[in-house]
Write a protein that binds this ligand. Structure first.
Ligand code: IVH
Length: 701
């Protein structure tokens, strides 16, 4: 069928327009159109291209999402052969549809190879005359980061290849991952040192690979399995994938022992289910199976789209679900007084770790799910690591189970009222004296995105507050070595390190102090803008509304929030304590100061609805600066959907796919604290309901 000129032209106009808006959005931070308008352009182009595949161009934005990239301390390496992605199949039907589709592209019967889909990071190893010369991350597929020095410390990576007729140049692709034993050991060490725990082995592996100091990478005990050659000059002629893998094994590369040759699609599906059943007994994490066509000649016939080969597919395991009993619904109090209900569960092993707590977000969410104390509930680990209560199993509900009612007072010892204002989704404890809030504020002040005080985690702050050494963050600076040593589980070295950490934090730039104060809506971006524009905390405190509003990115809501914060006497007292302790209150942050920690590597975000403290581009910049990615549409691969005011269809989609949703406060927290740690099996704990206040709340009406 000949495509009309109008259609070809319309598609090109749409492409130009999408490219233009990508540039406004990611390049210049000045979007001109709303999310919905942008989405409509992309949808229209996708529809035209789907109906008329012959008009798709290689440079169409549909082939390559125009996202920004994070700054990096590693130099760039171009892959000789690009590193492609894989298309996904989420069910038996989708797997069979893939098999049938490629079956039509070749005449001979297809046989397959099934491999575990390792949940780590793709790496490309380049060998010249059998010697390792470079190792690079996948990056955008065309070029990645040079991590050679770090990769050389991984004992599984051969430095020299063995055997005869070695290719002059060889790229080998594989997955670097952290075995569960190394992961547990690393988190044990982190915990002992009072450092943040890693959320999962993939994050830990990503962190280990991006270290500036290779000895740190070496201490993290990474592993490797290789699954695919890239460029190859010379060496033997290979006809099949399984032959290739045997050859790679002979050269000294580690190849996964669970890889199987599979005769047909039934065998393929059988392999996928076997992998799913054995996924927790492998000693490392997998998130699916990769199915590949065995014959290399058939692969050539099938070819690739611009992002993925047609001859392979990733079968993704569905999110794991388990049932367990909901013992209680409690409420945790955050640093802003926000009261978050959470489920206390009979601990259950799901998605690779034991879950004992799960957030229920707010009153409406509990009502919508209608979960009641004593219910058998379904628990799921959605996409990422945050456990979720899907809903009750009504058939197992006990007679007389009552609907849950939000408690009227704060669970702390002051029992002040919890209020839900008109138009708000959350209840808040309005007392300025609430001890739980105070403790949370100190935790936040010390956290990585704020003052980043080494060794001062949640548990330590709790100890300091319980021992009445600390009431607010300002008190940290008068804690002495002797006082610390007297605390339980505090050795001399830890005490000295903590005192040093607190002392060093006095030099942190003003923007970090501002974040640490925890002024509502003042996240890292607003804080930096304020520090740069006004240059001293006193000037920010004393600025008029007009002066504040003149600062880039600061609108009336943030102004109001800053004003309100500085009028509270205890906040003013806190500033005086910081001042007399010698904490730096002058800005701006040094231009080439520390880049953000790469806490969001591997995470994909979608924004929907308006946020109060961020414009769209600020939110995107905050994510990309931490190594995360922003995309335009929600898929199963999306890690988080950030839901603002008046969200669009993306929220519905997130709901359908079970993708974790974050509201603005949750987003801010993620930026500052990084993704939540996995709950520890014996002492179940989630990052969302931080240190829940111990007091129990009303169970029924
Ligand atoms: S083959 C062109 N095989 O999955 C084929 N990838 O979703 C390239 N992965 O970037 C990939 N295990 O990081 C392949 N056995 C396996 C894999 C595997 C994990 C990862 C890899 C890739 C991603 C695609």
């Amino acid at each position: 069928m000949v495509v009309s000129k109008e259609i070809v032209e319309r598609a090109e106009t749409l492409r130009e327009s999408i490219r233009y808006h990508n540039e406004r959005y990611f390049g210049q931070d000045e979007p001109e159109v709303s999310d919905a308008e942008y989405d409509a352009l992309v949808r229209e182009l996708l529809a035209l291209e789907t109906e008329h595949p012959e008009i798709v161009t290689a440079d169409s934005p549909t082939q390559r999402p125009g996202v920004g990239t994070a700054p990096t301390p590693f130099s760039e390496v171009r892959h000789i052969q690009p590193m492609m992605s894989l298309d996904n199949a989420f069910s038996r039907d989708e797997l069979v549809a893939w098999g049938q589709r490629i079956g039509r592209l070749v005449t001979e019967t297809i046989t397959y190879v099934g491999e575990p889909k390792l949940d780590g990071l793709a790496i490309s190893l380049q060998y010249e005359d059998g010697k390792l010369v470079r190792a690079a991350t996948r990056g955008n597929g065309e070029s990645g980061e040079d991590v050679t020095a770090n990769v050389r410390t991984i004992t599984d990576v051969p430095e020299r290849l063995t055997g005869r007729s070695l290719p002059a140049v060889l790229e080998v692709r594989g997955e670097v991952f952290m075995p569960l034993s190394s992961f547990d050991e690393l988190n044990r060490r982190q915990g002992e040192a009072g450092l943040r725990l890693f959320a999962n082995p993939r994050n830990a592996a990503a962190g280990a690979l991006r270290q500036i100091d290779p000895t740190v990478t070496a201490s993290r005990q990474l592993s490797l399995f290789c699954y695919q050659p890239g460029a190859k000059e010379g060496g033997p002629r290979l006809r099949t994938h399984h032959e290739t893998l045997e050859w790679l094994t002979g050269l000294g590369f580690p190849v996964n022992p669970h890889i199987e040759q599979l005769a047909d699609l039934d065998a393929v599906y059988g392999f996928c289910t076997r992998m799913e059943q054995s996924r927790h007994s492998l000693g490392y994490e997998i998130d699916g199976a990769v199915v590949k066509v065995d014959s290399l000649a058939q692969r050539d016939e099938m070819g690739a789209t611009s992002r993925a080969p047609r001859w392979a597919v990733a079968y993704k395991f569905p999110p794991e679900e388990k049932t367990t009993v909901l013992r209680e619904i409690m409420v945790s109090i955050g640093r802003t007084g926000r009261a978050t209900p959470f489920a206390v569960l009979e601990p259950v092993f799901v998605g690779g770790s034991t879950v004992g707590l799960a957030t229920l977000h707010n009153e409406d969410e509990v009502a919508r799910k209608d979960v009641r104390v004593g219910d058998t509930v379904i628990v799921r680990k959605a996409g990422d690591v945050i456990p979720e209560v899907v809903g009750p199993v009504i058939s197992k509900r006990k007679k007389g189970a009552r609907r849950w009612k939000f408690p009227v007072s704060c669970p702390c010892e002051l029992h002040q009222p919890l209020v839900r204002l008109d138009g708000e989704a959350n209840h808040r404890c309005v007392s300025a004296d609430c001890p739980v809030q105070r403790e949370q504020k100190v935790i936040y002040f010390a956290s990585r995105g704020a003052m980043d005080i080494e060794g001062l985690g949640e548990e330590r702050v709790h100890q300091l507050v319980a021992a009445e050494l600390v009431q607010d963050a300002g008190d940290l600076y008068s804690v002495t070595n002797e006082q610390l040593v007297a605390l339980e589980r505090m050795g001399e070295i830890s005490a000295r390190n903590l005192v040093n950490g607190i002392e060093q934090s006095k030099q942190q730039p003003l923007a970090r102090v501002l974040v640490g104060l925890g002024i509502r809506h003042v996240g890292p971006t607003a804080a930096r803008a304020l520090a740069v524009a006004l240059g001293h905390l006193d000037r920010i405190a004393g600025a008029s509304d007009e002066e504040l509003e003149a600062v880039d990115g600061i609108g009336p809501i943030i102004v109001q929030s800053i004003r309100a914060w500085f009028t509270v006497p205890t906040n003013r007292a806190l500033i005086e304590k910081l001042r007399s302790a010698g904490v730096n209150l002058t800005g701006p942050a040094p231009a080439q100061g520390p880049t953000e920690e790469q806490t969001l590597v591997g995470r994909t975000f979608v924004l929907t609805g308006g946020l109060e403290a961020f414009t769209r581009d600020e939110a995107a910049a905050a994510v990309t600066a931490r190594g995360g990615k922003i995309t335009g549409s929600v898929s199963k691969k999306t890690s988080f959907v950030i839901v603002g005011e008046n969200p669009g269809s993306k929220q519905v989609r997130a709901e359908e796919l079970g993708v974790t949703q974050l509201d603005e406060e949750g987003f801010q927290r993620l930026l500052v604290e990084g993704p939540p740690a996995e709950p520890e099996p014996e002492r179940a704990k989630t990052a969302k309901p931080k240190k829940p206040a111990k007091a129990k709340t009303a169970k029924e009406d």
